[in-house]
Design a protein around this ligand. Sequence first.
Ligand SMILES: COc1cc(/C=C/C(=O)SCCNC(=O)CCNC(=O)[C@H](O)C(C)(C)COP(=O)(O)OP(=O)(O)OC[C@H]2O[C@@H](n3cnc4c(N)ncnc43)[C@H](O)[C@@H]2OP(=O)(O)O)ccc1O
Ligand SMILES: O=C(O)CCC(=O)C(=O)O
Ligand SMILES: [Fe+2]
Length: 361
Amino acid sequence: MAPTLSTTQFSNPAEVTDFVVHKGNGVKGLSETGIKALPDQYIQPFEERLINKFVNETDEAIPVIDMSNPDENRVAEAVCDAAEKWGFFQVINHGVPLEVLDDVKAATHRFFNLPVEEKCKFTKENSLSTTVRFGTSFSPLAEQALEWKDYLSLFFVSEAEAEQFWPDICRNETLEYIDKSKKMVRKLLEYLGKNLNVKELDETKESLFMGSIRVNLNYYPICPNPDLTVGVGRHSDVSSLTILLQDQIGGLHVRSLASGNWVHVPPVPGSFVINIGDAMQILSNGRYKSVEHRVLANGNNNRISVPIFVNPKPESVIGPLPEVIANGEEPIYRDILYSDYVRYFFRKAHDGKKTVDYAKF
Ligand SMILES: COc1cc(/C=C/C(=O)SCCNC(=O)CCNC(=O)[C@H](O)C(C)(C)COP(=O)(O)OP(=O)(O)OC[C@H]2O[C@@H](n3cnc4c(N)ncnc43)[C@H](O)[C@@H]2OP(=O)(O)O)ccc1O
Ligand SMILES: O=C(O)CCC(=O)C(=O)O
Ligand SMILES: [Fe+2]
């Protein structure tokens, strides 16, 4: 007979929530109790589970772009084409040293392997800075069904602030990861900007495209019933651009704009997965697409990923760029304060592409 919650150390779902969310054990702690059945609050509605028949029915795959010669036109063209048709692509030979990527992955494992008391110093309630937050799921108080993921979220203010508030065990590796990725991020934004008639990334454009940085260290532990839940539910990112480092486990799926199918993003060693976020969709008046994606839970392996969310400054007003609507195009989106947009995103559970409707006329 399949084990039920009553055969574990938890006698009811509220005890599970208390253990995971309030006591800060996260789903990693829950997984490590050896729990054999998925607690009820993690069971996603049928339509939110990844049903196999919609996955990779075709041979679709997101483009893999070689950036060895970043000044060649074909690289810029491939990036802009992928941003329009997929909203997602992978880059290889991107110039970020592989050692930096290995180091931040190792640092992620080190952080999540800390004792609960140490990790709990960084929960919303205990963290000494609002820029550092250890948590679980996405927005547990707003969610009908929780997600099988823990995270540490680090908003970059300055090296000095990070020195003071970020966890010692992963601080330097995360700062190095941000620093060494900046050149590639700038290059990608230059390609995307030029294609929108933005001549250069001057101070104003820099602040709009890459004025703030948030890094999340994500941990998806082994799940007892992976088919019934999700690692991350359907969403698009609110960033301008996200660069994601994933390990070798896999599980990220992207909704194809062409077919509607869910397409797996296979781990490619040494690569980054890049995706367009809502802010870029809005700035480009819909030309570049922020696309729905989700992460499967895994029954056999722990998984980590480390996204860098490259965002406008919170105080920026975002709307279709003057360079884009100069050609007579009708603006689809209104001007909106970026921090209002992000607050709206965090206030609700993941809900696919609905956040961007908030910015529509
Ligand atoms: C966790 O799983 C995720 C996360 C993501 C994340 C994507 C991104 O982060 S993209 C980049 C977002 N943009 C920025 O970070 C810009 C800078 N942000 C800010 O300046 C501020 O956060 C703010 C937008 C101005 C809001 O600040 P404030 O008014 O002080 O409110 P807060 O208390 O900070 O937060 C409001 C509300 O959101 C929740 N929240 C905030 N940050 C996070 C976070 N990193 N992860 C999860 N939730 C967060 C917070 O709990 C508050 O809700 P309450 O219910 O507690 O009031 C993508 C996909 C994922 O699965
Ligand atoms: O872990 C992944 O592969 C993707 C995570 C993600 O979509 C996010 O953190 O926004
Ligand atoms: Fe995402």
